[in-house]
Design a protein around this ligand. Sequence first.
Ligand code: IPM
Ligand code: MG
Length: 361
Amino acid sequence: MDLRITCIPGDGIGPEIVAEAKKVLDKVAEKYGHQMKYTDILMGGASIDAYGVPLTDEAIATAKAADAVLMGSIGGNTTTSPWYKLPPNLRPEAGLLKIRKALNLFANLRPAYLYEELAGACPLKEEISSQGFDMLIMRELTGGLYFGERKTIEENGVKKAIDTLTYDENEIRRIAIKGFDVAMKRRKKVTSVDKANVLDSSRLWRKVVEEVAKDYPEVTLEHMLVDNCAMQLVKDPAQFDVILTENMFGDILSDEASMVTGSIGMLSSASLNDTKFGLYEPSHGSAPDIAGLDVANPIATILSASMMLRYSFDLDKEADAIDAAVKKVLQDGFRTGDIMSEGCTKVGCKKMGDLIAERII
Ligand code: IPM
Ligand code: MG
C-alpha cells in the first residue's frame, strides 16, 4: 500500500523525534510491504523564520493532499524567543490552531496508559499506581475558548480582555459520537466532563451528550465536574475509560493525565476529522532546552505513528507491531533520560529509535 504522509518536523526537538518515527515507519514498510511517501512542510517557528507566518496556505494544501500528517512539535521558549515578540496571530502556536481548524480536526484522542515497566516513574502512591490505568481523553479541538471571539479593549481608561466560550449542539454531538464510538472498542464507559454548575455551554454539553448516549445502551455514561475530575485523576485514575470533554478542559486534564503516567514523553495523540484523515503528534511540546542534544524521548512520536497506521490506514497489525516493539524496548531495560531508573540502560533519541526499529517483527 502507498502511504502519503505529510511530515511537520517543526521546532525544538521536533525534527529529531520525527526522524526516529520515520525510521520506525520505514522498518514497518520494509517488513510489511508498504511504500511510505513523505513530504515535509514547515510550521511554527520554522515557518516564521522562512516565510514570516507560522503556516502558509501552500503548506495547508500539501497537508490536505496527503492521507495523514505526522507532526513533531512547534514553538520555542516563550520568554526568550523572538517568535513571542510577534502579534499573537503570527506566533508558532497560531500555526497549530490554524491547521486544526483548516483540516476540521475536531476530535483529539489522547491515550494515557501506565506501562508496568514505568510504574516506578508514576508520582502517585504505590497503592494507587499498582492498580494501573488505561484511559483515553477525547478532547474537542476546534471550538470553545480557543476559537471564540476575543479582543482586548479599553473602557474609560481601563484595559479589558474578552474571550468567548461558544459551542453549538452540532459541535457537541459530533465529538460525543466519537467518544461513544471509541468507548465501544474499549471498556464501554464514558465520563463526560463539564462545568455544568456554572456554564451554559456545559449545560448544553451535558444535554446533548445524554441524547447521544441513548444510541449506545451498552456504554455506561457518567457526568463529572471538571474540578472534581482534576482531583479524581490523581486519586483514582483507574476509574476512567473514556473522558469526553471540551477543548480547554481537555488541554488541561490531558497534561495532568500524562504526568501521572510518569512521563509526558510517552504520550501519543491523534487529531481526527470525519474522514480517515488525521494529524498525529506527541502530547508534549518542543522542549527547546534539550533540542539538538540527542536526549529527547522519541517514543510519544513513534506511538503517534502507530496511531496513524491504525486510524488513518486501518493497518492494525502494523500498528500492533510498533506498540509491541515499544513495550519490548522498555522490557529490555532501555530508557531515555526522562524515564530513566536504576538498573536500566540510558540511551539517546537516535539510539532509542534504532532499538525500536530493530524490534519491529
Ligand atoms: C496542546 C497544546 C496546544 C493547545 C498549544 C500549543 C496551543 O498545549 O496541544 O495541548 O493548547 O492545544
Ligand atoms: Mg496542551
